[in-house]
Write a protein that binds this ligand. Structure first.
Ligand code: GLY
Length: 364
């Protein structure tokens, strides 16, 4: 029996233990296996993100290095660049709206050292939901705030209410609305004449940005932020504000996140699964591929009620996982795509760049 199990068995609380003793007995990777070896700590500062996060990883790393900012805050500040960018139609200001033309944003963050998290779902009028999620984490004993409550919480803390719909996204929404069918709440058909070139691949893109960060003390933190599924039913939340789904970190092991079809990341507990696979010894890329394979199995079954989820022997949707291990190893894998076509952003001592994702179901 581990020391921790013995303390619980004896009914002894850990509150009075010296921090050093507590730390010795609570390495993340020793929790469920007395024989496992804790992952060695990283040296240096590192951030990874989805491909839209080149600026994000550079900023997150700089903040950790130059201001000693904790990784979760550095990640939250890093994604603020994308939340404020009207040209990214999957996140924050200029994100695609719900079916009523209202932008509803989802975000969460998680702090490795305290194993604490916060999130907001379907929040309106607030450009930086990741910062609100960080306040939920730091200033409350709750994890999830949604809708009007999340908005009011943000206003209470001084955030400004602003219109997040841009002319570009209003026009895309109007075009979608003019073409929608009455039962358009199932999987959409491919739009052969999209209102905007950005919609050519996905008529209802999920977009999103995830960022995981690691500092020179081997502490981890992460955030995911999104406008979610385009033209969603009002109130729909995806995986991004759900801990274990769109993001997860365990300071003893690593950090992970997801972009793409949120429903699939939710139904698989995807980001939690990636971290647990790393705990078991997978490299980050192997862990991401494993989670995608699990999603694929689940999607084949789910296609019994939603045929579009499984097409030509592969899932019919995009999903990407990103993973960063405590020792600084990182990787990513995407469900679909031509080999070499999917990228993710990295900033470490070797520079700021895009790296290539592995592909679970390569296409030609
Ligand atoms: N992954 C973003 C969403 O599904 O909302």
């Amino acid at each position: 029996m581990s020391d921790l199990s013995r303390r619980r068995f004896l009914g002894v609380t850990t509150a009075g233990l010296a921090a050093g003793a507590l730390n010795r007995n609570l390495p993340g990777s020793a929790w469920d296996s007395e024989n496992s070896t804790p992952t060695p700590a990283a040296k240096g500062f590192l951030a990874i993100a989805s491909a839209n996060g080149i600026g994000t990883v550079a900023k997150a790393r700089k903040l950790m290095m130059e201001q000693n900012m904790r990784p979760v805050s550095a990640a939250v500040q890093g994604v603020a660049l994308v939340e404020a960018d009207p040209n990214d139609i999957s996140v924050g200001y200029g994100g695609l709206p719900n079916e009523l033309g209202v932008v509803q944003l989802d975000s969460a963050c998680m702090d490795g050292p305290t194993h604490n998290a916060g999130s907001v779902g379907a929040i309106e009028d607030i450009m930086h939901p990741a910062q609100v999620a960080e306040l939920v984490m730091d200033r409350t004993d709750h994890i999830n705030l949604v809708g009007a409550g999340a908005r009011q919480f943000a206003l209470d803390y001084g955030f400004q209410a602003e219109n997040l719909l841009t002319e570009r996204t209003r026009k895309i929404w109007l075009k979608w609305r003019s073409q929608r069918s009455n039962d358009d709440r199932l999987w959409p058909l491919q739009d052969t004449n999209p209102a905007d070139p950005a919609l050519a691949d996905e008529p209802r893109p999920w977009g999103t940005i995830h960022c995981s960060a690691l500092n020179d003390q081997a502490d981890l933190g992460c955030t995911t932020t999104t406008s979610g599924l385009a033209f969603k039913i009002p109130g729909r939340i995806g995986d991004s504000p759900l801990i274990g789904c769109g993001l997860y970190c365990d300071n003893g092991v690593g950090s992970a996140g997801a972009t793409g079809r949120g429903e699939a990341a939710i139904m698989s507990g995807g980001s939690w699964l990636v971290v647990e696979r790393m705990r078991g010894g997978d490299t980050p890329e192997e862990a991401c591929l494993y989670a995608l394979r699990r999603v694929a199995e689940q999607s084949e079954r789910a296609a019994r009620w939603q045929p579009a989820l499984w097409k030509d022997g592969a899932p019919g949707f995009g999903l990407t996982f990103y993973a960063l291990r405590k020792d600084g190893l990182f990787g990513s894998a995407s469900m679909l795509g031509k080999p070499g076509s999917r990228k993710f952003a990295v900033a470490n001592a070797d520079g700021v760049r895009l790296e290539t994702c592995a592909i679970a179901f390569p296409t030609n």
